[in-house]
Structures are given as C-alpha cells and as structure tokens.
Write a protein that binds this ligand. Sequence first.
Ligand code: NAD
Length: 436
Amino acid sequence: MLEETLQPQADQDQETKTWDAAVVGAGYVGLPLAHTLAAAGRSVLLIEVSADLVAALNRGESHITDIPSAELAPLVHEGRIRATTEYNELRNADAILVALPTPLSKQREPDLSILIDAVEQIGARLRTGHLVILESTTYPRTTREVVLPILERTGLKAGRDFHLAFSPERVDPGNETWTTKNVPKVVGGITPACTERAAQLYDGAVDAVHRVSTPEAAELTKLLENIFRSVNIALVNELAQLCERMNIDVWEVIEAAATKPFGFMSFQPGPGLGGHCIPIDPFYLTWKAREYDFYTEFIELAGKVNENMPYYCRSLISQALNHGRQRSLSGSKVLVLGVAYKSDIGDTRESPALKLIELLRAAGAELAYHDPFVPALADHGLESVELDPGAYDCVVIVTAHSQIDYADLVDKAHVVVDLRNATGADGRRNDKVWTL
Ligand SMILES: NC(=O)c1ccc[n+]([C@@H]2O[C@H](COP(=O)([O-])OP(=O)(O)OC[C@H]3O[C@@H](n4cnc5c(N)ncnc54)[C@H](O)[C@@H]3O)[C@@H](O)[C@H]2O)c1
C-alpha cells in the first residue's frame, strides 16, 4: 500500500522535474552526448523509442561500449540522466538535441522519415525559450527546409521565440583518444543568436566549440569529413588492385609514403566501407546536389570503387583456394574472421563482412564466422564459432580485432586471406597468406 501511494508521487516528481537538455535517440551518438553533458554537471533526459532500452538505461546499464555502465550508473543514480519513452516530458527541458538515424532508402536516397516524425513530436511540445539542435548527419539545408517549417507551424519564430541550430556529431565509436568531449563541436544556427545559444549549451561540456555562420555550413562540414574518407579509401582500394596486377606490395608502399612528415595522410585498403556513416552520408550530398543540376562525380566514383571491393575480395579468396589448396570456392570450408564493421567493436551496420558472407555463400562456400564481439548474425542464421583455423580450407580476415593472435592463426590455418594487413609484414612474406 505504501508503495502504491509513493509510486505516483515519484512519477509526478519526474514529470515536473526540469532538465537542462533532452537528447532524442539514445544510440551511438545520443548516449555519449548525454553522458558528456551530464558529466559536465547538466541534467539530461533521454527520449528513446525502445522501452527495453529505457528500462536498461534507468538501471544504469549501458549498451554502448564507449560509455561503460560503471560511468553511466552514478549519473543515473544521482538523477543527472534519466531515460523515458514519453515525448511529453520534452516540455520540461530547456534544450532538445536530436540524435536520430538518417538512413538511405532502398533506392539510396535520404530517408528522413524518423527525423520528421520526431520533429513533429517536438513541434507539438515547442514553447517559448526552447533551444532545438539537430545532431543527425544530413544534407545541407535540412535544418532550414525540413526542421524549421515544422517547428514554425506552431506560430513561434526561430531566433525570436525559440532557437534552432545544427551541430554535427563527430563521434568515432571505439576511439578511446577522441571522444564526444574532446572533439571540437561545430555549431551553426538559423540566426547568430541561435548559434550563440547552442554554443553556450556545449561550452564547458566539450573542450572547444567552433561557430560557423549558417546551419548549411555545419551540415556540409560533417559531409565533407566523411566524403574525404570515402574518396581516399577508394583511392587506395583502386591502388591495391593495380598493385596486385603489378606484383607490388601496396601495404609497403603506404607505409613508406606515410613516412613523409607533411602533405600525405595514410588510408588503408580493405574489403569495403562499413558503419552508419561513410557508406551512407556522401549520398545525402549527391542527392541534394541534383536539385542544383550538379553531379558529385568524386563521390559517385568513390562509391563505385568501394562497393566493388567485396566482389574483388571474393575473387581473391577464390584464387587463394585454387593455388593454396587446389580447391574451388564451391564446397570449400571458409571461416570469416571478424564481422563487425571495424576492429574492437560489435557494430555490424553496413559491415562489408555481411556482403562478403552473402557472396561466398552464393558461390557455394560452406561458411562460418568467428567474432568475439558479435555472438550471432541473426539475419544470416549464423552464430560465432570457436576459432579453430585448421578446421577450414581458408580463413578470411575481414575485421582485425586486436585480441586475436594472428601469428598463431597463420601457423594453424591452411590458407589465410588477410584483407586488413592484420598479419603484417611477416604475413605478407608467408606463402600461406594472401593479402589485398
Ligand atoms: N554511429 C556513429 O558513429 C555516428 C557518428 C556521427 C554521426 N552519426 C549520425 O548520428 C545520427 C544517429 O546515429 P546513431 O549511430 O546514434 O543511431 P543509433 O541507431 O545508434 O541510435 C538511434 C536511437 O534512436 C532511437 N529512435 C529511433 N526512432 C526514435 C524516435 N522516433 N524517438 C526516439 N528515439 C528513437 C533508436 O531506438 C536508437 O536507440 C545519424 O544521423 C548518424 O548518421 C553517427
């Protein structure tokens, strides 16, 4: 009985509590952002559609490796972070930061449906004094052409009644050196006052804030960063294919070029692009550019080269089996080592390993995978198996997790195809090892 009377009171307290910020979307971007703000003394409400995730977060349990539960739990227990599925609670927050997915449709066009639905929800609760910041990656003019009209339908005006800005999230999951806190925050508001208000929110929570004159400049900054990576990765992927024909070690060339102290930045070839950003974001700009009769040819070309890499890797595996094992791909036992999109994390979104698995299976390979961070690939009906390299005709290193003993792996395997230079110079000199 006591519990019954206390509980509604507690709920009422929660509903009337005010928050410095609400972060909409508690994923790879939203949770680290909430954590950074809360660690700097702000109170943060997480609005998240998944009820299970909300319950876990309110128990202090984190699902994002970069924010260990041991760091999250004290902030939750002190009441500085709380999660809810209830959009109505936005009314009690001073600032609303949107960190929601911005995927591509099947036709590879921007799909802003999740974002638009959420902005409608925010608009329905917008009040004078609110600050709204979009953090999701998107094409230039989204803040002005998509978000602003929905929010101004309320009769409130940006820059006068509420503030609106874009500030791209630049987090790199798994990167222990560069975090949400110490990567400078780029901020561009609809008006100078909007920029200032947004910058004030981050001030003190992140190490540096860089102001730009418009949301468009901030939106394009993020895309430039990701396009830069996509184009440079495509360049070395193309070079790797030429090097194979010319019998030149591409890794040795890249290592040598990287000794130049200026004017060169090292990128590495690989089985294709992965993750939520680099395979997707450049096409947001390609799509928008068409509205201006402009074709972003560098982006398209990079996409073409990078998307071909899993196919190229399949033929490399086939050659390795022919020469190293006198077997065809069809009927061979192949172990894919590492299915996350990059080392030492468990995120498989857009991972090139998934494409390679499909291609190898379609070619008739008997396929298994091992990944210490990914226990199962439900969509592919696969579970991670023990690492027993000798039990396979070929082991393909697709993602180089640092906890694997690669020298031991090469020792025990019949044939290794190393798509990440995980076996290093020793591997490249070993007849059993085939590299990109
Ligand atoms: N993951 C990265 O490394 C990274 C880096 C920089 C920028 N970004 C960008 O940040 C944005 C968010 O990406 P992410 O990786 O954090 O996505 P995510 O999928 O990890 O997280 C999004 C969260 O939002 C929740 N959600 C979905 N619809 C919702 C709704 N209507 N209301 C409330 N919650 C909802 C989901 O359940 C999920 O927990 C994207 O635009 C992405 O491109 C991502």
